[in-house]
Design a protein around this ligand. Structure first.
Ligand code: GLY
Length: 368
């Protein structure tokens, strides 16, 4: 079964996210109507060896022949140097504005290829074919593209919506288990933000998705994409509601930064899971959310093999986390913006969080 989720609203051209199984074989027929000329498939070396041939064969058979442009796997490719190299290759291929870039890979490839497409000739069309769970449920949808600089992650980028997203759940079968679980954290996040029934399903019958069950994964991807599409349709540029998608990210990003973004210690998804557990416990500590709800969130995340306590992340200090969360040296005296919750499915943006309250909360978590 294939499910099509429309993404529309705001100022951008509407597009579809197609979720299903066996979709890579349909890449050519689905992309050919968008490309009047040629295609370039940007991918990384790992994904190229797994799916590169199939992607090119499908494009060629459909009359939209493509070339493969590979980048090294890993976050290091989200750099000015790699962006320049990619754009230089597109120039060498003499791509023009009737051609289409296909981003075949996880979040790194999607962010880099999307930004290259946004900049090349002032913007050409691109299609996302996400190959990780995290990319299928989050980064491939919504048009955020970016690279990192030594001063921080995702600091240079553009909003550039794809023309189409093809989320082939079969591609997740080759993912390492830890990466799948990390993507599951973003799935759970969507339930926590605004769909308690979805969260209940993920905690019960749907939990097999975290272990790779394709039917559960497909349903989880569809509902996550529906939630993300609705939020992006309302608020493409994150003037308001889109910030809800950052649930768990303010705590999570600070922890990742403290660990030097070392994915062997803590993956992004694990940081988000830990961040969600902290956001719920902080909400409970502030009297906003019943403690029993925060406890349940923690239990469901832990059952999916995700971290929920700071000690699981290694050596992180509360004061250092707070400083990173506040983004300046006067962290304790200031006010923070955090995504908090009144319960499962009831997240909200609080732009006036007392940093001192966060400091005492972190102390109560044993990392003061
Ligand atoms: N990953 C958060 C967003 O797309 O807004």
């Amino acid at each position: 079964m294939t499910t099509t989720v429309p993404v529309s609203g705001g100022d951008f051209r509407p597009y579809e996210v197609v979720v299903g199984r066996g979709l890579l074989a349909e890449l050519g027929p689905r992309v050919a109507p968008l490309a009047r000329g040629r295609t370039v498939v940007i991918t990384d070396e790992t994904v190229a060896s797994l799916h590169g041939k199939a992607a090119l064969a499908s494009l060629k058979a459909a009359g939209a022949p493509g070339r493969l442009l590979t980048v090294p796997p890993g976050e290091g490719s989200k750099s000015f140097a790699e962006l320049e190299r990619v754009i230089d290759r597109l120039l060498a291929f003499k791509l023009d504005r009737t051609d289409v870039v296909v981003a075949l890979g996880g979040g790194v490839v999607g962010d880099l290829a999307g930004l290259a497409a946004a900049l090349y000739m002032r913007g050409i069309d691109f299609v996302q074919v996400p190959t990780t769970l995290l990319a299928q449920v989050d980064s491939s949808v919504g048009g955020k593209t970016a690279i990192d600089t030594p001063r921080g992650k995702n600091l240079v980028g553009a909003f550039h919506q794809p023309r189409l997203v093809l989320a082939d759940v079969d591609l997740l079968a080759t993912l390492p288990e830890r990466q799948l679980r990390s993507g599951w954290a973003e799935v759970l996040k969507h339930g926590l933000i605004c769909d308690a029934a979805f969260f209940d399903w993920l905690a019960g019958e749907g939990a097999s998705g975290a272990a790779g069950d394709p039917a559960a994964l497909e349903r989880a991807v569809v509902r996550s994409v529906e939630i993300k599409a609705a939020v992006v349709g309302e608020d493409e540029k994150e003037a308001g509601r889109r910030a809800l998608l950052n649930l768990g990210h303010t705590f999570g990003h600070a922890i990742e930064a403290e660990l030097g973004f070392d994915e062997t210690k803590l993956t992004h998804g694990e940081a988000v899971a830990l961040g969600c557990a902290l956001a719920f416990r902080f909400s409970a500590a502030m009297g906003l959310c019943p403690a029993v709800e925060a406890g349940r969130v923690e239990a469901v995340l832990a059952a999916a093999g995700l971290p929920t306590r700071l000690k699981e992340a290694g050596d992180v200090r509360g004061a250092a986390l707070l400083k990173r969360m506040a983004g300046d040296k006067k962290a304790e005296g200031g006010r923070l913006t955090l995504i908090l919750a009144r319960g499962v499915g009831q997240a909200f943006v609080d732009k006036d969080v007392d940093a001192a309250a966060v400091a005492s909360f972190l102390a109560s978590e044993g990392v003061g």
